[in-house]
Ligand binder design. Structure first.
Ligand SMILES: *Cc1c(COP(=O)(O)O)cnc(C)c1O
Length: 346
C-alpha cells in the first residue's frame, strides 16, 4: 500500500501554524465574557493594547483579515464610489469579489513593482468630479507586506507620500497589514510609524504571529463605530472570544521578534537552493514569502510532496513557499535538500 511520507515542512502558508503549548495555556487561563455585550475582558484588553500600539482611537477584533479589509471599506466608502488598490492586492484577487458584492464599490487597480503602489499610478487612478458618469475615489488601500510581491516591505516614505496625497484630496487610506509585523521586523520601524500615515490599519494574528484565529482593525472612533455595526451585520460578533484574544495577546508578547528567524530561514533556504539548474528566484523576498520559478510548478510540487515538503502552486512555473513558526532550522534545511532533489526529478 502506498503511504504518504511524514510532513517535514508545510510551506504552503504561514496560516498553517498551530498554537504552541504556551499559547494554549494562555487561552486556557483567559477570563472571558460576552463580547457582543462588550463584556469580554480579554478582548477589551487586546483592542485597547492594539489601538495604543497603532496610535489609533479604537480597534476591533474580527474573525479574519478578509473581514477586517471589508469593514475598512464599508466604513469609509459608500456604494457606487471607487477604491484604488494594487492589481495584485489581496482584496482584489482573493476576497471573492466582496468589494463589489458586499461594499458595492468599484475597484480601480493601479500598478507598481512588487505589489507596492506607485504614487504616480495612484494619482492617475484618482477620479474626483461632478460628472455623474464617473465613480469618485474615496479610498486608497495598500498592502504591507505584499503577498504577491514576495513579502516586499513598503518604504515608509512611500506610505507617507500616499497619505499626503490622499489627505490633500480628501480621500481615506487603509493599510492591509496582514503581515505588518514582518514588515516592522524587517524595516525596524514601529507600528505607529506606518499607521500614522493612514486612516485605518488591519493585521492578522493567524499568520506569522501564530494564533489560531483572528485579525484586528484600528482607526478613529467615528470610523470604528461604523465598523462595529458592520461587523455585527456580517455575523462577525463573537461571544466568549477572549479565548481567541488570549492567543492573540500571547502572540504579541512572544511571537513578534522571532519573525526575524523566519526571514533568516528563508534566506538560508534560498542560498542553499540558489544555482540549482532550472530554478530561479523572481523577487528579492525580504521577509517570509519566497517565490521560486521552475519549469513545471505542479511536477516539482508533486516531487516535493513525495519528500514530505508542501508548497503552493501559482500556476505555470511559479511556486510559493512561506516560512513560519512551525519551520525550524532543521526543517528549513531538509526542505532545501528536498527542493534540490525535486527540481532535478520534476
Ligand atoms: C491572508 C491575507 C488576508 C486575509 O486574511 P484571512 O484571515 O485569510 O481572511 C488579507 N490580506 C493579505 C495581504 C493576506 O495575506
Amino acid at each position: 500500500m502506498h503511504t504518504e511520507p511524514p510532513i517535514l515542512a508545510d510551506l504552503r502558508s504561514d496560516t498553517v501554524t498551530r498554537p504552541t503549548p504556551a499559547m494554549r495555556e494562555a487561552m486556557h487561563r483567559a477570563p472571558v465574557g460576552d463580547d457582543v455585550f462588550g463584556e469580554d475582558p480579554t478582548v477589551n484588553a487586546l483592542e485597547e493594547r492594539v489601538a495604543a500600539m497603532l496610535g489609533k482611537e479604537r480597534a476591533l477584533f474580527v474573525p479574519s483579515g478578509t473581514m477586517a479589509n471589508l469593514l475598512a471599506t464599508l466604513s469609509q466608502t459608500r456604494p457606487g464610489e471607487s477604491v484604488i488598490l494594487h492589481e495584485d492586492s489581496h482584496p482584489f484577487r482573493y476576497e471573492s469579489g466582496n468589494l463589489a458584492m458586499v461594499a458595492g464599490v468599484l475597484a480601480r487597480t493601479a500598478g507598481g513593482p512588487l505589489g507596492i503602489l506607485a504614487p504616480d499610478a495612484v494619482k492617475a487612478a484618482i477620479h474626483q468630479t461632478d460628472d455623474p458618469h464617473i465613480s469618485n475615489t474615496t479610498l486608497i488601500a495598500l498592502e504591507n507586506t505584499t503577498n504577491r510581491g514576495g513579502g516586499a516591505v513598503y518604504p515608509l516614505d512611500t506610505v507617507a507620500a500616499m497619505g499626503r496625497l490622499a489627505r490633500e484630496r480628501g480621500i481615506r487610506t487603509h493599510c492591509d497589514g496582514a503581515r505588518l509585523f514582518n514588515a516592522l521586523v524587517a524595516s525596524r520601524h514601529t507600528a505607529a510609524d506606518y499607521a500614522g500615515h493612514v486612516d485605518s490599519v488591519s493585521f492578522c494574528f493567524s499568520k506569522g504571529l501564530g494564533a489560531p484565529v483572528g485579525s484586528i482593525l484600528a482607526s478613529d472612533s467615528g470610523t470604528m463605530a461604523r465598523a462595529y455595526r458592520y461587523r455585527k451585520m456580517l455575523g462577525g460578533g463573537m461571544r466568549q472570544a477572549g479565548v481567541l484574544a488570549a492567543a492573540a495577546m500571547h502572540a504579541l508578547d512572544h511571537h513578534i521578534d522571532r519573525l526575524a528567524e523566519d526571514h533568516a530561514r528563508l534566506q538560508r533556504f534560498r542560498a542553499a537552493v540558489e544555482g540549482t539548474p532550472g530554478v530561479s528566484f523572481p523577487m528579492p523576498s525580504p521577509t517570509n514569502i519566497l517565490y521560486v520559478d521552475v519549469p513545471d510548478a505542479e511536477a516539482t510540487l508533486a516531487a516535493l510532496k513525495a519528500r514530505g515538503v508542501l508548497g503552493l502552486s501559482l500556476g505555470g512555473n511559479r511556486i510559493r513557499l512561506v516560512f513560519h513558526l512551525d519551520v525550524d532550522d532543521a526543517a528549513a534545511d531538509a526542505a532545501a535538500h528536498a527542493f534540490k532533489e525535486a527540481a532535478a526529478a520534476g
